[in-house]
Design a protein around this ligand. Structure first.
Ligand code: 6R9
Length: 643
């Protein structure tokens, strides 16, 4: 690990929202007077009724988390209406297509009108406050319109990433009991088409709660439209008025559900509410990216992930920013695509994932140097640990040593960034997410939950709440308490491990549970295992992460076949295709090893520690196998390791 300190440059500190002194003052104030601090920060969004109650939190017992509980607001008003007088004609969204020849610019006034039309159409379809609406859209402007229209009528949106399979979509619709699905004919990515409507049709065979499907015409590809259920977006929206009364929402009314993978069982519906989430989205977007009016801001995530929710839509729009939405991928039509877009739209702030940086790094400096990148001011990273080598390449080659790199640590559950340098205040260290934002109280605990002081390595927890954190698991509060507050009672457990150095800087080391992070996509090993065992020829499966140069982690699956089934290469291919179909391409196994037996304890628990070591080819570190029911299985697995 690199411990070089990269100081804040005077040019960056000049005119910053938060300099070092302010950072220290805010940090102290947020601890000394959280109610006063967060009452003031609430002023950054638009309220119909200003809250007088600020923080009401208990991390023990049944766990309740309430912020601004008597406040009333509508998230879409903060993102749209209140900007109309001052920046109605400013571009809100720059849309850049997968095809470099296609783009669009939408002003705040146009976005407001499009959101209102869809909101009216949703009401006409019978959508009421509290109803769930599933969104399965590609990275087109309609995705942002859909989110804000749901917010406008008080519907709770649940976005399903367009790369998920019909099965994954169906489970998420069933779990949320959505009544409406918003989708498109097809999506585009890297010159290929994604059959969204066809996937949706497949999923809807097992989703009786859905009464209507609203379909955006995107590629113009042929789709089947079911009479009485499916409507074209333009047909339901064009005739609607461009004004729509926003639904008054209590601060603690849900804004959205987002399903995310955990270490066990089905994906959890992470529930975020309105007031605290919006304050957090605005606060963190302004501080971490030091966003200044008039700047062009680009986050390369997909709206199907939490990063897209908070840092493509809600945060930037709450702050009146110009946010760029990109339909494409980093290497299409060529590996200079990101920098070509940066120059084309004069992007000032650029936020991407380490996996993208590593894949571009492999292509050398020339495709970067070909483009000027002179507009860039701040670079951000999110989604997984960034290795110092990739950090330094990002800093030196992409940012010409001019732009600070903000490595932002957070999770779907946290709603927004918790640990990150503020570019005008905190010196950076390549590979470290550095310090908590003012108002965030991370700590490290050992295996017994004992707080560790000073320089240490342990489990990353949060000792107190912040306004943007999740409130519950949708429909399963007991699972919320169990997952996040039972490992270390009274503390929120992140599932991550971290090291803290002598300067108090945090270095996230990765998940300590059975969640893996593949190319910045979070996945539960249990989900992939259950997809594998659903195949008729598979008796048992165990999945672990293995180190991968580009993706951070790859998927390594140990598969035990049913008696009499021949282990062939053709069957490996069949299983890989099967997992892609069951979950989606992001879950494609990188390696499958036939396992006549799995290392189990005498009580039948699979020893994943051993499987991880074999997958990583660290066979010397396997350690004690004497507690296994049959230690000889390990020898067989080591001898037949794949790769
Ligand atoms: C925002 C997002 C969350 C998990 C998290 C951690 C990893 C995210 C990171 C990072 C090291 C960073 N993670 N950012 N690890 N440094 N800057 O990615 O949410 O998809 O829920 O994933 O991602 O392991 O626990 P999500």
């Amino acid at each position: 690990m690199s411990d070089d300190l990269i100081a804040v440059k005077p040019a960056v500190a000049a005119g910053t929202h938060v300099d070092a002194a302010r950072h220290a003052a805010m940090t102290a104030e947020a601890i000394a007077d959280p109610n006063g601090f967060w009452r003031r920060e609430a002023g950054r969004i638009a309220w119909m009724t200003t809250p007088t109650q600020i923080k009401d939190v208990d991390f023990t017992g049944d766990v309740h988390i309430r912020w601004y509980a008597d406040g009333v607001l509508n998230a879409s008003v903060s993102c749209l209406d209140r900007h109309l007088a001052t920046r109605g004609d400013q571009v809100a969204i720059i849309w850049e297509g997968d095809d470099p020849a296609s783009d669009a610019k939408i002003t705040y006034r146009e976005l407001h009108a499009r959101v209102c039309r869809l909101a009216n159409a949703l009401r006409a379809q019978g959508v009421k406050k509290g109803d769930r609406v599933t969104i399965y859209l590609p990275m087109i402007v309609e995705a942002a319109v859909a989110m804000l229209a749901c917010a406008r009528v008080g519907a709770v949106h649940s976005i399903v990433f367009g790369g998920f399979s019909p099965d994954s979509l169906a489970t998420r619709i069933q779990e949320s009991e959505s009544t409406i699905l918003l989708t498109a004919d097809e999506g585009r990515r890297g010159g290929r088409k994604v059959a969204l409507k066809a996937n949706a049709d497949e999923a809807l065979k097992s989703c009786p709660t859905i009464t209507s499907v609203i379909v955006a015409r995107n590629t113009g590809g042929a789709v089947e439209m079911q009479d009485g259920r499916d409507y074209w977006w333009s047909d339901v929206c064009d005739s609607q008025p461009a004004e729509c009364m926003p639904e008054p929402m209590n601060a603690e009314d849900p804004l959205f559900i987002l399903y995310t993978s955990g270490s066990t069982g089905k994906p959890k519906g992470v529930l975020h509410t309105t007031g605290g989430y919006m304050v957090w989205a605005s606060y963190t977007h302004e501080l971490v990216f030091d966003y200044r009016p008039g700047e062009v801001y680009w986050c390369t995530a997909d709206v199907g992930w939490v990063t897209g929710h908070t840092y493509i839509v809600y945060g930037p729009l709450a702050n009146g920013a110009t946010t760029l939405m990109f339909e494409g991928v980093p290497n299409y039509p060529d590996v200079g695509r990101f920098w070509q877009v940066v120059d084309k739209h004069k992007v000032n702030i650029f936020y991407t994932a380490p996996t993208a940086i590593r894949s571009l790094m492999r292509e050398g400096e020339a495709p970067v140097r070909k483009h000027s990148r002179a507009s860039l001011r701040i670079l951000g990273s999110v989604g997984e640990p960034i290795n110092p080598e990739a950090w330094l390449w990002y800093y030196r080659v992409v940012g010409d040593e001019r732009c600070p790199v903000v490595d932002t640590w957070w999770q779907t559950e946290t709603g927004g960034i918790l640990i990150s340098p503020l570019p005008g205040a905190v010196a950076q260290k390549p590979g470290s997410a550095t310090l908590p934002l003012p108002g965030v109280l991370p700590a490290l605990v050992d295996g017994e939950g004992k707080l560790m002081e000073g320089a240490a390595e342990g489990n990353l927890v949060l000792l107190d709440a912040w306004p943007g954190m999740m409130r519950t698991v949708y429909g399963d509060h007991a699972r919320f308490v169990q997952t996040y507050f039972s490992t270390f009672p009274g503390m929120y457990f992140t599932g991550d491990g971290a090291r803290r150095d002598a300067d108090g800087y945090y270095w996230i080391t990765g998940r300590v549970d059975d969640v893996i992070n593949v190319a910045g996509h979070r996945m539960g090993t249990a989900e992939i295992e259950s997809a594998l065992v659903a195949h008729t020829k598979v008796a048992e499966a165990a999945v672990v992460g293995m180190p991968h140069d580009i993706k951070g982690q790859g998927i390594y699956a140990y598969v035990t076949l049913k008696t009499g089934i021949e282990p062939t290469d053709a069957l490996k291919k069949e299983l890989i295709a099967w997992v892609r179909k069951e979950i989606g391409p992001i879950a494609t196994p990188d390696a499958i090893q036939w396992a006549p037996g799995l290392p189990k304890t005498r009580s039948g628990k699979i020893m994943r520690r051993i499987l991880r070591k074999i997958a990583a080819n660290e066979v010397d570190g396997i350690g004690d196998t004497s507690t296994l029911a049959d230690p000889t299985v390990v020898t067989d697995l080591v001898d037949n390791r794949v790769g």
